[in-house]
Design a protein around this ligand. Structure first.
Ligand SMILES: Cc1cc2nc3c(=O)[nH]c(=O)nc-3n(C[C@H](O)[C@H](O)[C@H](O)COP(=O)(O)OP(=O)(O)OC[C@H]3O[C@@H](n4cnc5c(N)ncnc54)[C@H](O)[C@@H]3O)c2cc1C
Length: 512
């Protein structure tokens, strides 16, 4: 029988309420108490609307119904990300100017990897179509406005991996309702300080007005301020040496055309001073320009986003955000775990923000021992968390590093052109000879698997020097036959998949 413990969560943004919903599910029917404190003086960031496919497992672990989540969060389905203009290519070129990064594994059609057959057919002069036409069915479903789920699929299941777009404020509000209904005590108070025991563990939080809240374990979900972690003396690893984008300007707008059907994918378009995201929810879009303060100021960014998206009303106020790029050295420090922006952040190009929250929470319960304070557990947690975070940073960096854009000072930035993290460089050397496979990385803890690396490499036109050895003896025509086979599978998938918007309406209707 577990002894009663008190878990105190500080922060009422997405990460705070995700923590509350998750812990109350995992520790259901235990005597533990849960408290969440947020400040009325510090608003939550209110952005963070695209997720990756592991979120389904997280929501299921929180014992949340999928249809209700979609309804309450104004959510839509996501097959992946469409990248536009990340390369400058000759007019008419079909490879390198646009690509889709889906959540799919390599399709298993031929004895050899389909990626190798695509390279064989392409280098053999038989194929001019983009890699994502061959990488499975998901890019085709996305382009056709089809849903990843079929009518037969149960909650969180589908023939292809998928994730969601969600309204960040509605999502946090929904999780708040879930968590408070499960008994989480909610306080709106500003935290001024912490009290610690002689070993440095937090014993209580000092609130405005002099009150205090005692606890056994604390979660720092205070956004970029990292209030508790900084008071515990955590150090921050700044990653702007790798990724220059540290500002964003965002807005929520109605669809430009009232007949616009929400797209089941995120769009990330490279721009002169950074890149923009478009995220379609059920009845509106989230738009943002992510840029570097080294190359543009807020006014220039605002002019740029208004120019790129004329549907933004002239009198609409835009949301200007500063982003702290990097991570804490120890997200889990003493009896405190930092989550979300408080633990670290890199630009949202691959939607890794909420992913890091859910992954950290799952890892945390795996490495937790509430009866003894054992630093070997938190040390291991931190090693894994840091590996995952650093890989995400390398993966985002890869998009810039592979780009041949040199047309503006942003794209000429030395960070993207001269340096490459050692681990990534070693992988790129391998991939000059072979396709990415999961045995390539030496790091065991990865967010992105080999098909993701292939999507970016081949999407941006970085093929191996030669046809991979496993297919070098196969005539390119034969590789084209495998494409024809995949196309038949794609056609069947298109036929059996419902229209995204129709599915959403019917799927959420029972929860209205
Ligand atoms: C431009 C942009 C786009 C993004 N897009 C994505 C995306 O597409 N996908 C994705 O997964 N992630 C994305 N993110 C990241 C995502 O927004 C965050 O990971 C997510 O919202 C979690 O935020 P948070 O809860 O950690 O912090 P916040 O939302 O900032 O919440 C902080 C909370 O702490 C409280 N607080 C602060 N100080 C105190 C104090 N002293 N006392 C008490 N309470 C306090 C505040 O009141 C607030 O409730 C994006 C981020 C940015 C900047």
């Amino acid at each position: 029988m577990a002894h009663e413990k008190t878990f105190v969560i500080v922060g009422g943004g997405s990460s705070g309420w995700m923590t509350a919903a998750f812990l109350t599910s995992v520790f259901e029917n235990t005597p533990h108490k849960f408290v969440l404190v947020e400040s009325s003086e510090v608003p939550s960031i209110g952005v963070g609307e695209a997720t990756v496919h592991s979120i389904r497992g997280f929501l299921a672990a929180c014992k949340i119904e999928e249809g209700r989540f979609l309804l309450e969060s104004a959510g839509t389905f996501k097959h992946g990300i469409l990248f536009k203009d990340w390369n400058q290519v000759p007019e008419g070129a079909t490879i390198g100017n646009q690509f889709f990064h889906s959540f799919e594994q390599y399709p298993q059609i031929a004895p050899e990897h389909m990626a190798s057959h695509w390279i064989n057919a392409t280098l053999g002069g038989k194929n001019t179509e983009r890699y994502d036409r061959w990488s499975g069915v998901q890019s085709i479903l996305a382009a056709g406005g089809k849903c990843p789920k079929t009518w037969q699929d149960t909650a969180y299941q589908a023939p292809v991996p998928y994730s969601y777009h969600l309204d960040a404020n509605k999502f946090a509000h929904f999780l708040k309702e879930v968590a408070t209904a499960r008994g989480v005590q909610h306080h709106v108070k500003h935290i001024l300080d912490i009290k610690q025991d002689d070993r440095g563990n937090i014993t209580s939080l000092v609130l405005e007005g002099g009150e205090s809240i005692d606890g056994d374990f604390f979660f720092d979900c205070t956004g970029f301020a990292s209030v508790l972690s900084r008071k515990l003396g955590a150090t921050f690893k700044d990653m702007r040496y790798l990724l220059s984008c540290d500002r964003a300007v965002t807005i929520r707008v109605p669809f430009a055309d009232e007949n616009h059907a929400p797209r089941p994918y995120t769009t990330a378009t490279a721009r002169d001073i950074g890149w923009t995201f478009e995220i379609d929810l059920q009845a509106r879009q989230g738009i943002g320009l992510v840029y570097s303060s080294d190359h543009a100021g807020a006014e220039e960014a605002e002019r740029a986003i208004r120019r790129d998206f004329p549907q933004i009303p002239d009198d609409a106020e835009l949301n200007h955000l500063r982003m702290q790029v990097g991570r804490l050295d120890r997200a889990w420090n003493k009896n405190c775990l930092a989550l979300g922006l408080a633990a670290g952040f890199i630009e949202p190009l691959e939607s890794t923000g909420l992913y890091m929250v859910e992954t950290a929470l799952r890892l945390f319960v795996d490495y937790l021992d509430l009866e003894v304070r054992e630093t070997a557990l938190s040390n291991r947690f931190n090693d894994i968390f840091n590996d995952l975070f650093d890989e995400a940073a390398d993966f985002v960096f890869l998009h810039y590093y592979l780009s041949n854009r040199q047309d503006t000072p942003f794209w000429q930035d030395d960070r993207y052109n001269k340096q490459c993290p050692e681990q990534l460089r070693a992988l790129l050397d391998l991939w000059e000879h072979k396709i990415p496979t999961d045995t390539d990385p030496t790091n065991q803890h990865l967010i992105f698997q080999s098909p993701s690396y292939a999507a970016i490499l081949y999407g941006m036109g970085h093929l191996p020097k030669h046809v991979p050895q496993s297919v070098a003896h196969i005539p390119p025509e034969k590789s084209m036959e495998h494409l024809a086979q995949l196309q038949r599978i794609q056609k069947a998938a298109i036929t059996s998949s419902p229209i995204h918007e129709e599915f959403l309406q019917k799927y959420t209707a029972t929860f209205r």
